[in-house]
Design a protein around this ligand. Structure first.
Ligand SMILES: Nc1ncnc2c1ncn2[C@@H]1O[C@H](COP(=O)(O)OP(=O)(O)OP(=O)(O)O)[C@@H](O)[C@H]1O
Ligand SMILES: [Mg+2]
Length: 193
C-alpha cells in the first residue's frame, strides 16, 4: 500500500511527516517500508542518507514516471514525499494513493491550499490532515481543528512544535513525534467497511 504525503504549499511539514510516517510503519513491523522521494529537492533522501532509519529503504523518484513506477512495483508499505510546486508529480502520486496525509499549519491562510490539495484526491481515497508545528492551547489551533471537522475532513494528528522535530536529520527521531505519527499511520491505514 502507498501513503502519499502532500500539500501544494511549501514548508508545511511534508518531508518531516513522510520520514516520521515511514519510521512509524517500520516500528509497527511493516517490512519492507519504502520512503519514496518524489521531490527534486531530495530532502527526505538527504535526511535518510545523513541519518538512516531502521527498516526504511529509500527510493528517489522525482518524476511522474518514476513515482508511478515506484508506487506500483514495491510490495509492502510506501510513503511518498511530494514536492510543493510540481502539480503533475503530485497528481501522479495522489492518483495511486491508498491514503493521503495532508500536513498543514494552524491558521486561516492555510485552508485554501489544503482545499486545492483535497480537490486532487479521488473521492473514495481516505485522506486526513496533520497539523504540524502546532502551538497547543492557541485559538488558531482550536479554530483550525474546528474548521476541518466542520468540513468533514478528519484531523489525523496534531504534532506540537518541538525543537527536536525541527532539527530534522541533525537529531534522532523525536520519541513524542514518533508516537503521534504512529497514531497517524494507524488512522491512514485503518480498514474501512
Ligand atoms: N512538529 C514540528 N516542530 C517544529 N518544527 C517542525 C515540525 N514539523 C516540521 N517542522 C519544521 O518546519 C519546516 C518545514 O518542514 P518540512 O521541510 O518537513 O516541510 P515541507 O513541506 O517538506 O517543505 P518543502 O515544501 O520545502 O518540501 C522545517 O524546518 C521543519 O523542521
Ligand atoms: Mg519537503
Amino acid at each position: 500500500m502507498n501513503i502519499v504525503v502532500s500539500n501544494v504549499k511549501g514548508g508545511v511539514g511534508k518531508t518531516t511527516t513522510a520520514v516520521y510516517l515511514a519510521a512509524a510503519a517500520a516500528a509497527r513491523g511493516h517490512d519492507p517500508v519504502w520512503l519514496i522521494d518524489a521531490d527534486r529537492q531530495a530532502s527526505s533522501a538527504e535526511w535518510l542518507e545523513e541519518r538512516p532509519v531502521e527498516g526504511v529503504e529509500l527510493v528517489e523518484a522525482p518524476s511522474e514516471r518514476t513515482v508511478a513506477r515506484s508506487m506500483e512495483r514495491h510490495g509492502g508499505v510506501g510513503v511518498v514525499d511530494t514536492p510543493p510546486g510540481d502539480e503533475r508529480i503530485v497528481r501522479a502520486a495522489i492518483e495511486r494513493a491508498d491514503a493521503v496525509v495532508i500536513p498543514t499549519r494552524a491558521g486561516g491562510v492555510e485552508f485554501t491550499r489544503v482545499v486545492a490539495t483535497i480537490a486532487m484526491i479521488p473521492r473514495a481515497t481516505p485522506h486526513g490532515v496533520v497539523v504540524c508545528a502546532a502551538r497547543l492551547g492557541t485559538k488558531d489551533l482550536d479554530e483550525t481543528i474546528a474548521w476541518w471537522t466542520g468540513q468533514d475532513v478528519p484531523v489525523w494528528g496534531i504534532v506540537p512544535e518541538r525543537v527536536g522535530i525541527a532539527s530534522g536529520p541533525d537529531a534522532r527521531l523525536h520519541p513524542e513525534g514518533l508516537d503521534i505519527y504512529r497514531s497517524v499511520f494507524k488512522k491512514a491505514t485503518r480498514k474501512r467497511s
